[in-house]
Ligand binder design. Sequence first.
Ligand code: UDP
Length: 247
Amino acid sequence: MRSTAEIFGVPIDKVTLEKAFNNFKMFMTDDKLSIITTPNTEIVMMANKDKELLEVLKNSNMNIPDGIGLIYASKIHNLEIPERVTGVDFMRKILEYCNDINGSIFILGGKPGVAQKACENIKKRFKNIEIKGFEHGYFNSEEEQIIIEKINKANPDVLFVALGAPRQEKWIYKNRKRLNVKVAIGVGGSVDIWAGTAKRAPVIYQKLGLEWFYRLLKEPWRYKRMTSLPKFMLKVILSRDITKPKN
Ligand code: UDP
């Protein structure tokens, strides 16, 4: 049974990395497409202003808690979200699994060359994975049609979508009835990490829950988007009931 905690109207799955992975394995046995998202506080805040995004998150099959702010909120309001599960760690788990079962993947997103490089590096690390294809993430609506046909023809087990949030989540949801894959997951910057075009924060930042700070140091132009974390925390502290959507 699925167990979620609502944070400002967004259902966040109460999962550990292991539990999320077990859910993923279950999705792989399903006939229909399963959608996984990796929300952080920024996305939860966005969803409070963006009805379309909120609908996507309410109708996906699993939303893993990929943000330290969500864990703080859970601690303060007793929501029982056991741990942070990052998109990067989860992607690695999925890749390990695909390697074990000779599964197949397709990567959509990133700047030209990035998805291809990520696929090459993944193949070097996981020899049994079948790379069914890749496409960069800067396409128009005509090209989109061709990309979807390409994905469907390839029929991969897992489609990783890295178009940035919230575009990737909306893209998967909008095309859910047209995509011939078992699992589609929005993974954002993880593809850049696999390609080597971005680096994950050093372990010490990860352990201290300061990955957001590392990202701010590396990509200072994101500061505006990142002000959502303190705003989110303020709302969390001031709210009696954080389960309801807030503006
Ligand atoms: N990206 C893309 N198409 C777009 C916008 C972004 O392929 O129209 C890619 C971008 O190149 C990067 C990834 O999406 O590889 C994540 O982007 P960003 O860091 O802006 O998003 P985040 O996941 O942090 O929200």
